[in-house]
Design a protein around this ligand. Sequence first.
Ligand SMILES: [Zn+2]
Length: 388
Amino acid sequence: MMKSFKVMLVPNNRQRTRLFQFAGAARFAYNWALNREQQAYAIGEKFNSSNDLRKEFTALRNSAEYSWLKTISNNVTKQAIKDCADAYTKFFKKQAGRPRFKSRRHGNFSFYQDTDKIRITATHVKLEAIAASKRRNRQRLNWIRLAERGRIPVGAKYKQPRINFDGLNWWLSVAVEFEQEQLPAEGEPLGIDLGLKELAVCSDSIIYPNINRTTEVRRLKKKQRRLQRSTSRKYEMNKKKGERYAKTCNIIKSEKKLLRLHHRLTNIRQNYRHQITSEIIRRKPRLIVLEDLNVHGMMSNRHLSKAVQEQGFYEFRRQIEYKAEWAGITVIVADRYYPSSKTCVTCGHVKKNLRLSERIYRCEKCGNKIDRDLQAAINLRRYGELAG
Ligand SMILES: [Zn+2]
């Protein structure tokens, strides 16, 4: 079983410069490979394999014009070329769109590390060739400090190490293979109804509220809206007649601020989601039943789309699924057309027209009254018990 880890880096200035150079070289190699493939295609030549391209690239690297590439770890550009070839393979298999050039403007700052070369301790990560010099006191530059101590297991076999920049910070992500030793969980089955009013209502009556309705998040969102408006006003003010929009220092400054705020909101939401999914898993139900949300359908309702997006239902489900796997819990996703909120829990009557505003379900047949979301959660639990 693979677990992935993502930890922020705390590089010093020299290291930061090198990280950008590495990412730049990876982007250059990727675009170069893409260009070669396009050329080959245009003149009706056979497709270049990633091996051929790499050989060609090595020659390029040795030429005087591209000598700057020599200071970059060979593995970084090699992997970038392989990534390009893989992107084409996916495209030919119709699993992805046509590969496109990576643009610096759209924040493609990421590169690969060789699995054999990477070293991780509790506090640092060693990347290959960050120090351009081989001298011993310079070699210290290869060790970059990690923001979290002991987060990544030390001495494991690391897979798919990647370094990337999110516009503010640099991050290291690696996957580590673990052996499963968990016994299957044995607690009561749990149905979970996801929604907008509350994030999750469980069949055992435990409710996890929607974090986007808290004062703190509302305050930040308001701040964000203001900043967005003021930034776009700045753009308008600086635009001279008939010319293009210009970026001034002040605009860059407020865009940075905006990005920071955006990250903060994303982090608050993601952190909250993790807390809740972990909490649910810790209760060790033997079965978790979720509903197959038609997120696509909900997103097309423009009054709801923003709220749905903020809740991150897919991410919630993804977290539940992988955490459940670690804990030996079965996850069942109910059929999309299963009427979980429309079915009465006491008599089984299905109410045809249930409006979204009806928070309390009143049964037309037996007169039972119950909270709509709790009823959905209980129905989901039953659905799972019958299915599993
Ligand atoms: Zn009823």
